[in-house]
Ligand binder design. Structure first.
Ligand SMILES: [Zn+2]
Length: 218
């Protein structure tokens, strides 16, 4: 049986890791809007080119286009057969409502919506230690994966820097936006009786086990 699941959670909570595990072990296709955007843009579809025109101008891709791309992917044979793990979508109640409407229309049931929860300060701590290489793009972490020599890439000897995205003030702003947009999404699915809240401040395997339990109970 294909499983269909939505993962919701703040940046840095480990949604991508869990989505990859769910794909590897249960076969459900990991779908993130970023990956779908890129594949549509590379295939130069009408939707892809439209999305690119916004991205090139540094603007957000409008809801309608994002939803259309997502729906197109949900209709493909492999996703129909294998199910899906949505990672980073829906981000707003409007997207959630559009997704529900589409799934209802297609007769596709949703098995669970999993909210991966962790304190904001833990997210700031996890993400703010990240340092990247200016040249090869390798990512290090001040605590969990320090480079052998401080400030220098092990692989290519280039200087390391803190990316704009990983600065504590940027992370706090991303968390603020997440809470503002996503809390209503969580409430929306809670209202539909689909929501499982999982403590994500655990090792990835323990988080995975909690998700598997939630799916079993769904
Ligand atoms: Zn490097």
């Amino acid at each position: 049986m294909p499983i269909r699941i939505i993962l919701v959670g703040p940046p840095g909570v480990g949604k991508g890791t869990q989505a990859a595990l769910l794909e590897e072990r249960l076969g459900a296709k990991q779908l993130s809007s970023g990956v779908i955007f890129r594949s549509e843009i590379e295939a130069e579809t009408d939707l892809g080119q439209l999305a690119k025109s916004y991205i090139d101008r540094g603007e957000l891709v409008p809801n309608g286009i994002t939803i259309q791309m997502m729906v197109k992917r949900l209709r493909t044979d492999d996703v129909r057969q294998r199910g899906f793990v949505l990672d980073g979508f829906p981000r707003t109640v409007r997207q959630a409502e559009a997704l529900s409407e589409e799934l209802d229309k297609e007769g596709i049931p949703l098995d669970a919506v999993v909210s991966l929860e962790v304190d904001d300060e833990i997210v700031v701590e996890r993400l703010s230690g990240r340092i990247g290489c200016t040249k090869c793009g390798e990512i290090y972490h001040a605590i969990t994966k320090p480079p052998k020599r401080e400030g220098i890439c092990d692989k290519c000897n280039s200087p390391l820097f803190v990316r704009e995205d990983d600065k504590p003030e940027t992370i706090r702003e991303r968390l603020r936006v997440f809470h503002e947009n996503t809390r209503p999404v969580i409430d929306y699915y809670a209202g539909k009786g689909k929501l499982s809240r999982i403590d994500a401040n655990q090792a990835p395997e323990a988080v995975y086990a909690s998700i598997a339990t939630a799916l079993g109970e769904a």
